[in-house]
Design a protein around this ligand. Structure first.
Ligand SMILES: Cc1cc2nc3c(=O)[nH]c(=O)nc-3n(C[C@H](O)[C@H](O)[C@H](O)COP(=O)(O)OP(=O)(O)OC[C@H]3O[C@@H](n4cnc5c(N)ncnc54)[C@H](O)[C@@H]3O)c2cc1C
Length: 450
């Protein structure tokens, strides 16, 4: 061995890469951790608004709904490193944690820096070789003189070799932190496929909110800006693409000066068509429908409204809507303005009443374009999980290659779910890589073919 030859090379010092490197090292492997930034964990520092929501205690119960269609892939790694194990691990590094609402776990220090400092200290004390400002440019499987194969990793600081490589380069979201999607090219270069990439956990940009004209065409949307800053505790959103319902979410909503944000909108963003499907957006075919009273069916809303209008015919519709549904003033004003119904109840025709009900239960906005990667929290899509063994995180395509974290086609909801996946998959990848790296190389290829 020379100082450029290791048993395990981990590419990317984010949460998953740091965990992978530490686990591989704790199992006895000689580990090199490569990071292109000048320091590890740049994105980790931003998590949880600087407080790091590092896992979620409710995961066994909420698992399927929080990790969507690929949840099953996580069964094994979460069994190996559960949310409780994550908290215990950080506690062993001197970072105690506490639970907040909805099972979200935070460090008691209330700072991401405490989590990052503990990891860096451990990396240092355990003897993981950390090399920063080292961007990985390519990787390839080479054949040695003795017929043994190994990985060669070409970096901006020269080439390094190892029996196993762990790709932990993250996704494409928030590229200003270093996660630019370069890892997908590295994975493709050795035979992997990558599923479509969608900026996820991002706000929705809606036409008419920026003061410009709108493609939705219901004539009143120039006024949407008045809603900016308004929050609602519970709405139901339905995403419609080419008039088909694609996804529904429920939860809080925030109107912004560009559209909508808050948990319900952020969750819906993962279902938006890809940005390259430009014509869908340009033709106004991507729409979001808001039900402002999700606990009531449309017929119930209409019945309540009709009842109130009949018993108080001289009362202003504005006041009737307020007392019936407790919705914010500005929203009520906007719904009535669009319906042409800001009148006393006895002057409101059946057609206008129907429009008011529709405004309450099915206001439709046009999504102008997907959010830019710079503001999305995670990436939907990534390295195809069919090509990765969920029990080991090893590639089924390239021997001795492993994956962990956001580079995989796994995205979780907000609430500590994405970091839980990063820690657990990193832990498993590190464990496997260490074991594999101690076997004769021919056996790694054989294992991979199983
Ligand atoms: C603002 C924000 C807040 C968030 N808050 C939370 C939260 O509170 N809880 C939660 O669960 N999730 C949160 N997330 C999501 C979470 O941070 C990510 O899912 C997680 O960081 C992914 O970890 P990772 O190790 O896979 O990748 P990353 O954290 O993206 O790390 C990848 C690393 O690889 C490096 N790299 C990339 N390419 C190369 C290369 N070619 N050569 C060398 N190095 C390379 C990058 O510089 C980076 O350091 C948040 C995300 C954002 C953007």
């Amino acid at each position: 061995m020379n100082d450029r030859s290791f048993q395990v090379i981990v590419i990317g010092a984010g949460p998953s890469g740091m965990m992978a490197a530490l686990k591989a090292r704790s199992e006895g492997a000689r580990v090199l951790l490569l990071e292109k930034n000048s320091a590890p964990g740049k994105k980790l520092l931003l998590t949880g608004h600087g407080r790091c929501n590092l896992t979620n205690r409710t995961i066994p119960d909420t698992f399927r709904e929080r990790y969507f269609e690929n949840a099953r892939f996580l069964n094994s790694s979460f069994h190996t490193l559960s949310p409780q194990d994550v908290c215990d691990y950080f506690s062993s590094l001197g970072v105690s944690t506490h639970e907040e609402d909805a099972g979200r776990m935070f460090p008691d220090a209330q700072k991401s820096q405490a989590v990052l400092d503990a990891l860096i200290k451990k990396i240092d004390s355990e003897g993981v070789t950390l090399l920063c400002d080292a961007e990985v440019l390519s990787l390839s499987r080479k054949e040695g003189k003795d017929g043994e194969s190994f990985w060669e990793v070409e970096t901006s600081k020269g080439a390094y070799t190892a029996a196993c490589v762990i790709l932990a380069t993250g996704g494409k979201a928030f590229p200003q932190t270093g996660s630019t999607g370069a890892g997908y090219q590295l994975a493709k270069s050795v035979g992997h496929t990558v599923t479509p990439l969608i900026p996820s956990l991002s706000p929705l940009y809606l036409s008419g909110f920026d003061g410009k004209s709108t493609a939705a065409g219901n004539g009143a949307e120039e006024g949407e800006a008045v809603l900016s800053g308004l929050t609602l505790e519970q709405v139901r959103l339905t995403l419609q693409v080419s008039e088909k319902n694609v996804a529904k979410t429920e939860g809080g909503l925030l109107f912004t000066h560009q559209g909508i944000s808050g948990p319900s909108a952020m969750r819906l963003s993962r279902y938006l068509p890809e940005g390259k499907e430009k014509s869908l957006y340009e033709d106004g075919k991507v729409r979001v429908q808001v039900h402002f009273l999700p606990n009531l069916r449309e017929e119930e809303v209409e019945a309540k409204l009709l009842d109130a209008m009949t018993s108080e015919p001289n009362r202003a519709m504005r006041n009737i809507l307020h007392s019936l549904f407790m919705l914010p003033d500005r929203l009520v004003g906007q719904i009535l303005f669009k319906a042409g119904g800001d009148l006393p109840a006895n002057q409101v025709t059946k057609a206008v009443r129907k429009k008011i009900v529709s405004g309450l239960c099915a206001t439709t906005y046009t999504v102008s374009h997907p959010a830019p990667w710079e503001i999305a929290y995670v990436t939907r899509g990534g390295v195809n999980i069919k090509e990765v063994d969920p029990k080991t995180m090893q590639s089924k395509v390239a021997p001795g290659l492993l994956f962990c974290g956001e580079i995989l086609d796994i995205d979780g909801d907000s609430g500590g779910y994405n970091l839980q996946h990063a820690w657990a998959s990193g832990f498993v990848a590190g464990q496997t890589a260490s074991t594999l790296s101690m076997m004769p190389q021919k056996m790694i290829s054989a294992q991979n073919k199983r």
